[in-house]
Design a protein around this ligand. Sequence first.
Ligand code: ADA
Ligand code: CA
Ligand code: CA
Length: 423
Amino acid sequence: MIGTVVGVAALVGGVFVGVSNAAPSAGAYRLVNGASGLCLTVPGGSTSDGVQLTVSSCNGASNQTWNLSSQGSGFRLAAGNSGKCAGVAGASTSAGKAVQQESCTGASSQTWELIASGSNYQVVNVNSDKCLNTKDNSTSSGALVQQNSCDSVSTKQWSLQSAGSQPSSTPTVSPTVTPTRSPSPTPSTNPTLPSGWPSANGSQAVTSTISVSGTLDGGLKRYYASGAMGDGGQSESQDPIFELANGATLKNVIIGSPGADGIYCLGSCTLQNVWWEDVGEDAATLLGSSSSQVMTIDGGGAKSASDKVFQHNGPGTMVIKNFQVDNFGKLYRACGNCTNSYQRHVQMSNIVATYPGKALAGINTNWGDTARFSNITIKNDPSHKMIVCLKYKGVPKGSEPTEIGSGADGTNCIYSSSDIHYQ
Ligand code: ADA
Ligand code: CA
Ligand code: CA
């Protein structure tokens, strides 16, 4: 398939605009459908072969992140959650055949050319010469993705939005065709802002803590506390709904009301696309005892936290990214009065925080805590009342820590004004 990919492109507000686009560079992107604004998705964050792709509301999660790297005359598109490649089922050349994730083979049925089409791209399968489309040209969330003959129908147009990070095995390659009149545009450093809440796929009452080791994929089911677990108020004696062993992943879960004491991580863990509809005592806590443990919260969101959302009681690092939070006390608190006075670290990126909210992070500077922030959007806060980084003096268990200041200092609270956007 031959495409003429020449043009002048400009980058405005994180999306490519212009008469026509240059071919993209290798990197991590979201593919946003030109008709619906929905993102190309591996449904349920599945890691299995043969799962047909869908479009769904863009939420910044890894199952909507596509790592483009050079392959043949185009790119392979590898899903961020599974590493698997977008390909046409059975290497079919017929219209209407499913586009699915499959183990990457480098085949031409897994190779895609991105052909400039106005300000978007057609995503053309090299084996079939057919275009990535939604079934029946659907614009609904959950619509299946397939190939159809190429034309200018808007469901066959896709825009690329930078997902902000490079794939793990990054081949640095030049675009398919180099534009003749201008250099390749640099992908935006601003990924798509998290927005939109999922609807639940059924509900389940939880009467005793669910232990997770390995991966639990909730398929967007709602789990809520029942019986003696706790009422989701501010009592510290409630039980968690989920408890994750070291190395566990919990994904595609909605925590409903009551939320009790949320989720515990006993070591390194990942919460992917987890949503709290009404945060209980808090949303999730990092426990554990290793200074190298990392808890990663990627995608999802939390609403209505009377006090804390993420509580850090053990040592180590919490990474919070692609997350939205609305009406809360603190998005993150390094415990100021726990049994062990650890040094703790937090990194926040691509966060949308809607006021009211007291602070994004509360840390104890006397224990050497650090908090780093990038691409933070604060909404509904014209007077800038939400504190980005609140400093405390941590104290022994049994006392109450005191607030000692706030603001960027390059040592404990690390950010610059360009990291914080008010909307
Ligand atoms: C508060 C409380 C801590 C601890 C924490 C938690 O910060 O002061 O001692 O209980 O909540 O784990 O929820
Ligand atoms: Ca608490
Ligand atoms: Ca708690």
